[in-house]
Write a protein that binds this ligand. Sequence first.
Ligand SMILES: Nc1ncnc2c1ncn2[C@@H]1O[C@H](COP(=O)(O)OP(=O)(O)OP(=O)(O)O)[C@@H](O)[C@H]1O
Ligand SMILES: [Mg+2]
Length: 355
Amino acid sequence: MTTVLRAHAEDQYAEELAILAKDDDRARPPGWKLSPWAVTSYILGDGDRITPKYIGPRRIVEVAVATLATDRALLLLGVPGTAKTWLSEHLAAAVSGDSTLLVQGTAGTAEEAVRYGWNYARLLAEGPSREALTPSPVMRAMAEGRLARVEELTRMPSDVQDALITVLSEKTLPIPELNEEVQAARGFNLIATANDRDRGVNDLSSALRRRFNTVVLPVPGTPEEEVDIVSRRVEQLGRSLELPEIPAGMEEIRRVVTVFRELRTGVTEDGRTKIKSPSGTLSTAEAISVITNGVALAAHFGDGVLRPSDVAAGIVGAVVQDPVSDRVVWREYLETVVRERADWRDFYRACRDAG
Ligand SMILES: Nc1ncnc2c1ncn2[C@@H]1O[C@H](COP(=O)(O)OP(=O)(O)OP(=O)(O)O)[C@@H](O)[C@H]1O
Ligand SMILES: [Mg+2]
């Protein structure tokens, strides 16, 4: 028997969702599995039975959840690695019990991906019929009254984006070939994500923008918050990848977060030294993968403790994306900031060895 590498949120957290559903006595919007209050508890965590999924301001999650209960769709906007995809998956899991109705936006996304396509063998054999039609995830979400997810909305060509206007304003999807339509069942809505860095690639038309409520996901406000996010996610990932257990290595996590925050903001934590920022994003998501890689190195090749040498290569790899300009930035940071910190000696040496 094989087990999946990464379970869907609704499967992985089935137990928590069941607990919340059992105790949930608040009003549920039509088609919802949980009340908005319980959805928020699922996302932010509640006591020891419900683990936090998203770590951030409560108000942001409340606004996002409330939006989904209205006739407007939800647009999660933010710089890379601010958990837009992560939050949208968990929202869909909690509201509809299904996070799989997903359209990935790319430059090559065709209209069939948001409307419907055809099974050409059947189309030729039988002519247009409901059986020959292949529904898109959006169409299925409408028919079943669930949440559909559109990833990277602004990467899709504008005409494909605009196919969503009728869906969102009329809540119907016409099928002219059959002289029919699919009307959205109650419970249908849409969550889209878009990356701040893609702004201007295929900006939303104003007609479409007006159908969305935009919620901007912030980068973690304080180092403590970011350390908390990284250590929780590293622990969860390590468990699901079944990496050998090794002590959390708080010191290294704090260090990676400090390095990333300083390079991201262009100034040291004490506010004294200005530094240049590299071209890469250095988001929380990258910090999580640097530490997870370090844990794998320490567990399989080290002495079972997360050491500076286990994270150094990962940090250098994350920072130096452009082999010329980023290398200069990194060298300068290493020599002017890292080297001067007395308790960072091992780390300085490990970084030098790593490149
Ligand atoms: N505030 C946060 N709370 C919980 N997890 C977070 C937070 N910020 C980042 N993460 C973690 O970072 C990882 C990346 O998040 P995700 O892929 O959702 O980012 P994204 O905003 O969709 O990025 P992109 O723009 O590159 O698509 C996830 O594992 C997520 O758990
Ligand atoms: Mg994403």
